[in-house]
Design a protein around this ligand. Structure first.
Ligand code: ATP
Ligand code: MG
Length: 395
């Protein structure tokens, strides 16, 4: 029934002179996502809106799902074309639209016409009134409420004429590629995939790094992270996932450093390796983690202070103020939760201390790290050499 969609975007409308850059990025992203849907679509820009027209038969649900994955799109409005462009034809189409789309017509409504074609033989206010009256006459169970209507029938008078009344919620944010690139520290839990999503949603391309510790962590744990990256890539496009063998570093820390400081020290070396990878990745300007204040001992303010010190690049922590339940809710929404919940061991859980420090002192930590002096440079170098890059998703 719907041949086309009108896509609404909010914030990128505010970008002044750069607006066309954002709009072009959005058109490109919408087209890219629709590429994977059966059917042919044409995506274009008209008067500050994005317009998607189906040029063939297509699957409605699949197309909507694809567009829901495009950052920058606030709303997806399925629109119906009007063949007979005369005022009488449009009014008739308005009545039919209500009939077709609303089996239960006990609602208040108003008609809202936009007359982009300034030569159209009827003014927008006249169209509002005439179409409204025709709907009232056809369906006496409806009533008009111009201030707080339950249904707004939008009529667009352009070279093409179309109407719509429903808006499906989009992902929001900013189109991918309008804000550079960041490296996500991706583990198998709930938090880091959501953190990556939040940053990507602001227009940032992602690469990712996962530290594994074979044989203490299994192939299944690694596959879980790959699967998470795949789900993320449906939103974020291509992700290069770096897999680093962290076992020897972890063992050295375990053997030489105080056990209550293990997690913090380990985290600091993860940061250092991540920083190295980021520096060797074009346009990569920051690291992203799934930390939130106080969630676990390694995420108190003092712990974050100690972790942060290990990297020079900015570390983005988009979940910093989230409660765990908020994070899980978001993970369910973006479809990473079903994978995150699988119980495979993480490299951090194997070497955790029973009573980790919750208030690490950075100087004390640095002092403990000196016990690694004779081995750490070589171990870091070796770990970096294990880098296995798996590319998931497409550009
Ligand atoms: P997550 O749900 O993301 O695993 P978490 O609650 O388990 O987080 P921690 O284990 O304390 O939290 O890890 C904090 C952050 O450090 C993670 O969100 C992630 O960004 C990063 N991190 C932890 N372990 C790894 C790993 N093995 N590989 C890559 N990044 C990791
Ligand atoms: Mg974890």
């Amino acid at each position: 029934m719907f041949h086309a969609f009108l896509l609404k975007y909010a914030e990128i409308g505010l970008k002044g002179k750069n607006r066309h850059v954002f709009e072009d990025a959005l058109v490109k992203e919408v087209a890219r996502k629709l590429d994977k849907v059966d059917g042919e679509f044409e995506v274009s820009r008209i008067n500050g809106r994005i317009y998607v027209e189906a040029k063939s038969e297509y699957d409605f649900d699949e197309a909507v799902e694809a567009m829901k994955h495009v950052f920058g799109v606030v709303g997806i409005c399925p629109v119906t074309h009007v063949e007979d462009q005369s005022p009488e034809g449009v009014i008739k189409a308005a009545v039919k639209f209500i009939e077709d789309n609303y089996p239960d017509r006990n609602f208040s409504f108003k008609v809202d016409t936009r007359r982009a074609n300034k030569n159209y033989p009827m003014l927008s206010m006249e169209m509002d009134a005439s179409a409204g009256e025709a709907i009232l006459n056809a369906f006496p169970e409806t009533h008009v409420d111009v201030h707080n209507p339950e249904v707004v029938l939008h009529i667009e008078l352009r070279a093409d004429i179309f109407m719509y009344s429903k808006m499906i919620k989009g992902a929001g944010g900013l189109p991918l590629g309008t804000n550079g690139r960041a490296l996500l520290l991706l583990s198998g839990g709930f938090d880091s995939p959501v953190a990556g999503y939040m940053v990507a949603r602001r227009g940032v391309y992602l690469d990712a790094v996962y530290f594994n510790a074979p044989p203490y962590t299994s192939e299944r744990a690694k596959q879980k992270v790959i699967n998470l990256a795949e789900v993320l890539s449906e939103y974020c496009g291509k992700i290069r996932l770096h897999i680093i063998n962290f076992t020897d570093i972890q063992m050295a820390i375990y053997q030489k450093c105080p056990h209550d400081e293990l997690t913090i020290i380990m985290r600091r070396y993860m940061m250092k390796i991540a920083q190295h990878i980021a520096e060797n990745t074009k346009d990569c300007l920051g690291l992203v983690t799934g930390e939130s204040i106080g969630q676990v001992a390694s995420q108190t303010m003092k712990s974050l202070f100690a972790t942060d010190d290990a990297a020079d690049l900015p570390v983005y922590r988009p979940l910093i103020g989230f409660d765990k339940q908020d994070i899980i809710d978001k993970a369910e929404e973006i479809k990473t939760a079903d994978i995150s919940i699988l119980p495979y061991e993480d490299c951090c859980t194997i070497f955790v201390a029973k009573h980790p420090v919750t208030k690490p002192n950075l100087n004390v930590i640095k002092c403990s790290e000196q016990r690694l002096n004779d081995v750490i440079d070589e171990l870091m170098q070796k770990a970096i050499e294990t880098d296995e890059v798996i590319t998931v998703g497409k550009d």
